[in-house]
Design a protein around this ligand. Structure first.
Ligand SMILES: [Zn+2]
Length: 368
């Protein structure tokens, strides 16, 4: 058994929590809108029966975007509180009106630049023309040798015309491309996420670190949802993009699943008690090319992927979906950090650092 340093992981965790706090603000903004959706979960009035998906779907927390994955054998509203935020109002994504409303809200949000970017464009452009105007007027009084009448007239004309015509034009045109550039530099949480909780506290040091442990399932393996690989644990991340909107490609889904496992035959971990931190890699989706185009005759796995997305209120025809996955296969060698809880963080031995949380890579912007 070899002990390894955990400083890198600790720094990651601290950055991760700060990022999570920032993203919480975005979620609070959304939560007010989501509350309106909750009424869709209520009993129908009169003869109205909301349309449902043909299969069981996930339940989404209206406040923080955490979701409970669909269960094959049970479609009842969960009675538990959200393990992320403690709210206990779930949105049933199987209801078509609820899923459709979320889809519309997210599509609308993607077309809008963040308000602070709009304000920055307005402030900067107005300030520029006011500055030109002020310099010309003041220059005429205090430095007439340098500011000839024609220069002053030209400057005033430029600032007035610019202020009236160019400021509204810039305000209308510039925020969207600036928003894409700005958001490309951000790491944002995915729109739907399901990982074991609670994650280690911001400054928690691992109680124990173990290296080069061989993982084996304690019972049956689990099937990774998109690649179909038989594994002990998986993480699937989905990057989504629609050209021409005010957002770069962004993570819309992060989901982890796994079964009970044993490490070197001496440590047993139960599902939900370990977080998989290995880097995700792009995978091809049968029937769907990596740039999202649909083949003429969708394969069974394409249909399964479409269903997988719909169960999480994502719609395959809305844009380009790029799927990333990490799997622990039976016999894989992993490094482990054990935290209070207990909560374990697993990473493939020799896997590169992941960077900021949500321990997702930055969007790769395929094709750019
Ligand atoms: Zn929640």
């Amino acid at each position: 058994m070899i002990f390894i340093g955990g400083a890198g992981g600790l720094a990651d965790a601290a950055r991760a929590i700060r990022q999570r706090q920032r993203d919480l603000n975005r979620r609070i903004e959304l939560s007010n809108q989501r509350r309106r959706l909750r009424k869709l979960n209520r009993e129908p009035v009169g003869d109205y029966e909301p349309e449902r998906a043909e299969f069981h779907c996930a339940f989404l927390c209206g406040a923080c975007d955490f979701f409970l994955p669909p269960r094959d054998d049970d479609n009842t509203m969960p009675a538990c509180a959200c393990p992320s935020c403690g709210e206990s109002e779930w949105i049933d994504l199987g209801l078509e009106p609820a899923a459709g409303r979320i889809r519309d809200m997210e599509a609308e949000a993607r077309m809008q630049a963040p308000p602070h970017i709009k304000r920055a464009v307005l402030f900067t452009s107005l300030s520029f023309f006011i500055l030109v105007f002020s310099v010309c007027v003041l220059g005429e009084f205090f430095a007439p040798d340098y500011f000839s009448p024609s220069l002053v007239e030209g400057g005033i004309f430029f600032s007035l015309v610019g202020g009236v015509l160019l400021v509204p034009l810039l305000y209308y045109v510039a925020p969207r491309p600036l928003s894409v550039l700005w958001l490309k530099r951000q790491t944002r949480l995915p729109h739907r996420w399901h990982v074991p909780l609670p994650l280690p506290a911001p400054h928690a040091a691992p109680e124990k670190t173990l290296a080069e442990m061989s993982a084996q399932p304690l019972g049956e393996t689990i099937t990774a949802p998109v690649s179909g690989r038989e594994c002990i644990a998986y993480e699937i991340c989905v990057l989504f993009d629609t050209p021409g909107d005010a957002r770069p490609a962004e993570w819309v889904l992060q989901e982890q699943g796994g079964v009970a496992l044993t490490l070197n035959g001496e440590l047993e971990l139960q599902p939900g008690s370990y977080y998989l931190e290995s880097p995700v890699e792009p995978i091809d989706t049968p029937g769907l090319s990596l740039n999202g185009s649909i083949s003429a005759a969708p394969s069974a796995r394409y249909k399964a992927f479409k269903r997988f997305l719909r169960q999480r209120a994502l719609f395959i025809t809305d844009g380009d979906f790029h799927v990333y996955e990490a799997c622990i296969l039976p016999g894989d060698s992993v490094d482990v950090e054990a935290f209070e809880g207990p909560m374990y963080v697993l990473r493939h031995t020799n896997a590169p650092e992941r960077g900021d949380l949500p321990r997702l890579p930055r969007p790769l912007f395929p094709g750019h």
